[in-house]
Design a protein around this ligand. Structure first.
Ligand SMILES: Cc1ncc(COP(=O)(O)O)c(C=O)c1O
Length: 401
């Protein structure tokens, strides 16, 4: 009898809830079923398209032979264009050399943990949280500490709750604004209070702002734009969602704060990024050129998303057992509470099998996601309407409320 292959113990700790039931969905489609995918935050899977000008820039960059390995920190022209984008979009002043280009924010999160976190280090992450923060904390054996968010106030961080969790073993505090999975957009005051706690304890703040331009109500404030001179900000951002290029895999990390700390963190992260050589060069060149222009295409993108957001908020609250006290204000997710007797994972799996609607179970985002589901409101209204009708039918038929 052959000896079983022994896989790493580490890999067993990874569990990415958003794609966990992909194979099941595919098998349903192979049987001829029409699955409505509300699980993945990818506008390109619906009726959104990459701006034509940007695609043309990519083609041009390839013809110009920008097809070599770039430097690990990124093409200089893109580092500078990102500094320009941050200044004009978010009022963040950074130097191009303090920008590191990554293969998506996903790689940025991995690089961040790889560079800063040792086994047992504490990291503060929101509850609920975008799963990669949970995944990489587990992968690197960090001690992940969830800080509370206030659902009835639209899922904004509970600053007093957060304060109680801070001590000098905390490596960094993660904020994600606008927030995945809840669509929360943080008020300036809440952000400032978190920044002040971080400055007091000399802890870097990691601010994931990948949905920065996708805010439909209220004001988006970038953490780095209101940080004090003592704050160390590790900004994470990217082009997947706002430039509609999820498949290009381009993101960035920027650093702002006291020079010595910034320089230490920069070289640690760059040390990791060197091992993967570089992000895709011609696409970096294309985005660099495009990012200098006024993003007029975003107006129409936001108009469509906003219409779908309003419809989703209204319609979900009509479904028995569903409750969403405050509308999501940004990004493109809804995270309703679903008060049902079966667990949320069972709910999501059965909804997929029985009604062919693919949502993500809330507990995959952290303990407070229990009895919730996350869904994207990116599809056209007719598709959303069909999905919500199927959800309502499922709830009425099979769920003990
Ligand atoms: C909060 C957040 N961060 C990071 C990512 C990863 O994005 P990408 O790797 O495409 O840049 C996502 C994707 O959904 C996200 O929602």
């Amino acid at each position: 009898m052959s000896k079983g292959l022994r896989l790493s113990e580490r890999i067993g700790r990874l569990d990415y809830p958003i794609r966990k039931y992909n194979a099941l969905a595919r098998s349903l489609e192979e049987k001829g079923e029409r699955v409505i995918y509300l699980n993945i935050g990818d506008p390109l899977k619906y009726d959104f398209q990459t701006p034509r000008e940007l695609v043309e820039e990519a083609y041009k960059a390839m013809l110009e032979n920008h097809n070599y390995y770039a430097s690990s920190e990124g093409v200089k022209e893109l580092q500078e264009a990102i500094a320009y984008k941050e200044k004009t979009w978010n009022r963040v002043e950074i130097e191009g050399r303090n920008v590191l280009v990554t293969s998506g924010v996903s790689e940025g999160i991995n690089a961040l943990f790889a560079a800063l976190v040792d086994e047992g280090d504490r990291v503060l992450i929101p509850d609920p949280s975008y799963p990669l923060y949970i995944n990489f904390a587990d992968f690197y054996n960090a001690d992940k500490v969830f800080y509370p968010m206030l659902e009835d106030e639209g899922w904004i961080p509970d600053v007093d709750g957060l304060r109680k969790l801070v001590d000098d073993r905390v490596k960094f505090i993660v904020i994600n604004n606008p927030h995945n999975p809840t669509g929360a957009v943080y008020p300036r005051k809440v952000l400032k209070e978190i920044l002040d706690i971080a400055a007091e304890w000399d802890i870097p703040v990691v601010s994931d702002e990948i949905y920065d331009a996708l805010v439909f109500e209220g004001e988006f404030v970038s953490a780095a734009s209101i940080a004090s001179k003592d704050n160390v900000i590790i900004g994470l951002n990217g082009f997947s969602k706002t430039f509609l290029v999820t498949g290009w895999r381009l993101g960035y990390i920027y650093l702002k704060g006291p020079e010595e700390k910034v320089s230490q963190i920069r070289s640690a992260i760059l040390g990791f990024l060197m091992t993967r050589l570089s992000a895709v060069t011609p696409l970096q060149v294309a985005v660099a050129r495009f990012a200098r222009r006024r993003p007029t295409f975003l107006e129409e993108v936001k108009r469509k998303m906003d219409e779908r957001r309003r419809f989703t908020y209204k319609r979900l609250n009509e479904i028995p057992g569903f409750r969403m006290p405050v509308a999501p204000l940004g990004a493109f997710y809804a995270f309703p509470r679903v008060d049902v007797k079966m667990g949320d994972e069972e709910f999501a799996r059965r909804l997929l099998v029985e009604e062919k609607v693919f949502v993500v179970y809330g507990s995959g985002f952290g303990p407070s996601g229990t009895n919730h589901v996350r869904l994207v409101y990116l599809p056209p209204i007719e598709v959303l309407e069909e999905a919500f009708n199927r959800i309502e039918r499922f709830v009425r038929r099979s769920v003990g409320l």
